[in-house]
Design a protein around this ligand. Sequence first.
Ligand code: ATP
Length: 317
Amino acid sequence: MVKTIIELRRLRKEYFNVVALADVDLSIPAGEIYGLIGPNGAGKTTLLRMLATTLEPTAGRVLLEGKDLWDDPPGVRSVIGFMPDFFQVYRDLTVREFLTFFALAHGLRGAKLAHRVTDVIGLIGLEEKADELCKGLSRGMVQRLGLGRAVLHNPRLLLLDEPASGLDPLARARLFAVLQRVRAEGATIIISSHILAELSGLCTSVGIMHQGVFLESGPTEEVIRRLLPRRKLQLRVLEGSQTPAANVLEKHENVSMIQTDTTWLRFEFDGTDETVSELLDQLIAAGVRVVLLQESASSLHEAYISIAERNHHAVHA
Ligand code: ATP
């Protein structure tokens, strides 16, 4: 049976007259990388800070593995790692000194401390920078160092507030590779972003937030299907294969809105992953030389923007 790690019950946060989180009920299964997706002001930071016990709810409860967070905040913090959206690194400490400082704060000492710091430096891929000052690190490296700080005590739940913002694709890929390793070691991860496409390849499940409520939550594939019932696919073929590819697509009952250019064919597809796979078989059987068949990432982003806008109008109507 899948264990629930986090359960929100009618969780509410008000700041004066702003309702940042509006009576949210939500369960997050253990072992997931759960993406909290929402535009600026959706309530992501507010929720993460409440999960990290650095902000008290106005009403409602948060259960961590069945226990109320507010019964024992220090106990909770010993099993949670939190990387806020903005954090400072001590510029004149080396990477190793920086991590050692926080390992001491977690109560590690002696050989155990030295081993854990070395392990974490390996985990975040900063071996070559271990004895260099933090002020010489790139933004991507600083983000990985912040992540290293958050996992020093082997937390069961890791909370990350927009860790990928401002990173180039390579730095983001490196950060995500570290997160996959942290998950493989048994942690559950909750990570926020305002870009669904940025996280869709990483997260096993996602929640779409808007103005303090969840519009959607569940396994990533299912949420994407609900947002985008007609998926937008793109097919790249070798030169000379466009005509046979277009012939197969035109005859296919799930395909519509075909657009072609020199090597790409873009179309809408009304079907499951299984039917996409059958379409690929048909293309290959017809002699089409396929290079790539993929979902269009920009369409994902558009679908998310449109659902956010629809709800914005509904709230303000
Ligand atoms: P972002 O992507 O910009 O970080 P977010 O999804 O993290 O946004 P929050 O920072 O949680 O959103 O903000 C949710 C709402 O609560 C917003 O309307 C924000 O203006 C408001 N808010 C957040 N913190 C405070 C505060 N300390 N005092 C008053 N209002 C606040």
